[in-house]
Write a protein that binds this ligand. Structure first.
Ligand code: SF4
Ligand code: SF4
Length: 202
């Protein structure tokens, strides 16, 4: 029938309009500033139009949410930080806006390069949050962070992140991306076991 598509289209906003008031009645105004309400508004069960009282309220981001990358270090039993990055430069090569700069360490005696970064810098104003650096890193050394509250008033002082600013422990990565972390750890353990078995045979 002519015009039926338009009517069906108009019914959708109408459904959301009434859904908003039905939802308000169901919650009797107790949907805000509590974890139950936040969980509902983050789920597919949410009906109608809703607000988030940011910054007092924040909806949790999904595991695959990407913002600025960070570099991972593993904590040894004696508290030493073992930085995973080997300064191979792959992330810097694949970065579309070319916002990563890496300086490799050199052996003070021989002057030969060492597989560690002396400095690692990201201009976070240029970063487009694409995640290529994390995807291409062969050492699971760089991953995308969830922290999006980075507003400040000085680009020069605050938006050029160096190695110290970018480093975060593996435990932080496990906290924000538990599924990814578990999968990568299982793969690493499998590779290590295969390598050990190969050495034992030879
Ligand atoms: S973060 Fe990964 S890809 Fe980038 S330099 Fe370090 S090891 Fe290489
Ligand atoms: S997320 Fe994309 S733009 Fe940002 S540093 Fe990584 S590769 Fe570059």
């Amino acid at each position: 029938m002519n015009g039926s598509g338009i009517i069906r289209g108009l019914l959708i906003p109408l459904k959301h309009f009434f859904g908003t008031y039905l939802d308000d009645l169901k919650w009797l105004g107790k949907k805000y500033y509590n974890s139950e309400g936040i969980a509902c508004r983050s789920s597919a069960e949410q009906r109608g139009i809703f607000s988030v009282q940011y910054p007092e309220e924040k909806l949790p981001v999904p595991e695959e949410f990407r913002f600025i990358p960070f570099l991972i270090y593993d904590e040894a039993a004696d508290g030493t930080r073992n930085i995973r990055c080997t300064a191979c430069g792959i992330c810097s090569k694949v970065c579309p806006p070319q916002c990563i700069w890496i300086e490799r360490k050199t052996d003070p005696e021989s002057g030969k390069p060492i597989s560690q970064p002396a400095q690692y810098v990201i201009d976070i104003d240029l970063c487009m949050n694409c995640g290529f650096c994390a995807e291409f890193c062969p050492f699971d050394a760089i991953r995308m962070d969830h922290d999006y509250e980075l507003a400040n008033t000085s680009r020069e002082e605050n938006n050029i992140w160096n190695l110290q600013r970018l480093l975060k422990p593996a435990s932080y990565y496990a906290e924000i991306r538990p599924k990814n972390f578990a999968q990568e750890e299982a793969e690493r353990a499998e590779k290590a076991a295969a390598k050990a078995a190969k050495i034992a045979v030879s």
